[in-house]
Design a protein around this ligand. Structure first.
Ligand code: HEM
Length: 470
């Protein structure tokens, strides 16, 4: 149910006094954003279950919100993710922490995830993960009829989990081996179910969650497993470290868990941060990689141009490093374009906890959940010509500048994605080597696969691709 903004110049009435803002990152599905924008223009109020939220679907207005987000930007003041942590007595990780607590961890982690120099150092370990991904693809390729690999996202989930684990632990956890560890499968399943349950628990008022606790219970069980998985790996890794030290060996690690544990963070906070980083590194990578190959398979001329770019930069080398991918403008444009069309997190959110703000001539009262609809803006013909077409060249042309807030797949500002540089490096390293080994073609029987929202933006049906070995 939508309430058009034109009905009131102030969005205050009815917005104040809502008890629970469950939203974590997004309540707004992609079709809902497009429909809302079409019916009501760039700003409107809408209800999702018990949550009343102001939607903003114009880059200038999104910029206005983000410029007023304050010292400690907040995505939501209450969410089922936070409820779970309170219930179990867990700490908050970077995704869920707020205020000074958030700022402290953000500054600490940011030192190792944001400066390009710091991120470059992960290329060695990430390349070992890419080597295993290629072995996996070759195994599947050999066993398949006509090189058709079905459900490509499934291979990339395991790649995402192994990739983020390698950065967190500087060691490998076996997600890409031919015998997939049961715990890996269960971790990935837990993430997927948790996202679906996030939507269900948000759509119901709190009393309904108490009366019909199945969704809430399943949601908690998924988180329990994710925390348990992370704790197991952290304990194992830190134990190895202390054994090394006991034997007089130098134990200077180059991995995120090491940095966190040597900067005075409590074990409780390390567990919650690592759990949330593991979660953040799986679907994001898998989805972006799947959509990239899907689009490249449908645009063979762009695929060939990208392969040529990789070949030219590598000059006969087989394995690119971070300095090589930094010299691949088409690669960067392809990933940017994929994230414009398929932003894994299709809407972002902000709550300004302590003051009303003015946006596009409306007053948005403090504590209102504001949904930033960047799926809608990035498919809006006013900001991108042929908005539904895959045209990476648009990012390379100097004449066509885009509004800087029209496509924000990683968010922007102090609370933006802290893993974006790691994610980009991982995607570039994987894509470069996949394209050197394979030509990727669409599923011969395959229809168009549209995206849909399940908290995250996911393919509506499986993405199957034909791999031809080069
Ligand atoms: C294509 C890949 C990715 C995309 C599109 C993406 C997108 C996003 C978005 C939209 C946000 C919210 C930003 C905001 O509120 O302004 C976010 C936050 C975050 N992301 Fe990512 N992400 C990706 C990969 C990763 C990876 C690989 C990691 C882990 C290394 C990661 C860790 C995080 C964390 C910890 C936050 C919370 C930051 C904070 O609250 O301070 N992300 N991401």
């Amino acid at each position: 149910q939508f309430l058009g903004c034109e009905e009131a110049s102030c969005l205050g009435s009815g917005v104040k006094g809502i008890g629970r803002f469950h939203q974590m990152l997004s309540t707004s599905s992609s079709p809902l954003q497009l429909e809302g924008h079409k019916r009501y223009g760039p700003i409107w109020k809408a209800k999702f279950g018990p949550i009343l939220t102001v939607h903003v679907a114009d880059p200038t207005l999104i910029e206005q919100v983000l410029r007023q987000e304050g010292q400690y930007p907040m995505r939501s003041d209450l969410s089922s993710w936070k409820d779970y942590r309170r219930l179990r007595g867990h700490g908050y990780g970077l995704l869920t922490a707020e205020g000074e607590e958030w700022q402290e961890v953000r500054s600490l982690l940011g030192k190792y995830t944001l400066p390009p120099k710091a991120v470059e150092s992960y290329d060695g370990i990430l390349n070992t993960v890419v080597t295993d991904l290629l072995a996996c693809l070759k195994r599947r390729h050999r066993l398949s009829a006509h090189g058709l690999i079905t459900d490509i996202a499934n291979e990339f989930y395991r790649f995402g989990l192994e990739g983020i684990s390698s950065v967190l632990f500087e060691s490998r956890i076996g997600c890409l081996e031919s015998q997939i560890p049961k715990e890996t499968e269960r971790f990935i399943e837990s993430i997927n179910t948790m996202f679906v349950m996030t939507l269900l628990t948000m759509a119901m008022p709190a009393w309904m969650n108490r009366m019909f606790p199945k969704s809430w219970d399943t949601f908690c069980q998924c988180w329990d497993y994710m925390f348990q998985f992370a704790k197991g790996h952290i304990d194992q890794r830190l134990k190895k470290e202390s054994e090394k030290l006991a034997q007089g060996e130098e134990a200077k690690g180059q991995y995120l868990t090491y940095y966190l544990s040597h900067q005075g963070l409590s074990m409780k906070d390390i567990y919650s941060n690592v759990t949330e980083l593991l979660l953040a590194g799986v679907d994001t990578i898998s989805s972006t990689l799947s959509w990239t190959l899907y689009e490249l398979s449908r645009h063979p001329e762009i695929q060939t141009a990208l392969r040529n770019e990789v070949l030219m930069v590598l000059e006969g080398k087989q394995i690119p490093g971070s300095s090589d991918v930094a010299r691949m403008p088409l690669m960067k444009a392809v990933v940017k374009e994929v994230l414009r069309l398929y932003p894994v997190i299709p809407a972002n959110a902000r709550v300004i906890p302590d003051r009303d703000i003015q946006v596009g001539g409306y007053i948005i009262p403090q504590k209102t959940l504001i949904t930033l609809c960047h799926y809608a803006t990035s498919r809006d013909a006013s900001f991108f010509s042929n908005p539904n077409e895959f045209q990476p060249q648009r990012w390379l042309s100097k004449e066509h500048r885009h509004h800087p807030f029209a496509s924000l797949p990683f968010g922007v500002g102090k609370r933006s994605c802290i893993g974006r540089r790691i994610a980009q490096l991982e995607l570039y390293l994987a894509l470069a080597r996949i394209l050197l080994q394979f030509e990727v073609r669409p599923d011969p029987d395959g229809a168009v696969v549209p995206p849909m929202t399940r908290t995250l933006l996911v393919p509506q049906s499986l993405i199957n691709l034909q791999f031809i070995e080069l």
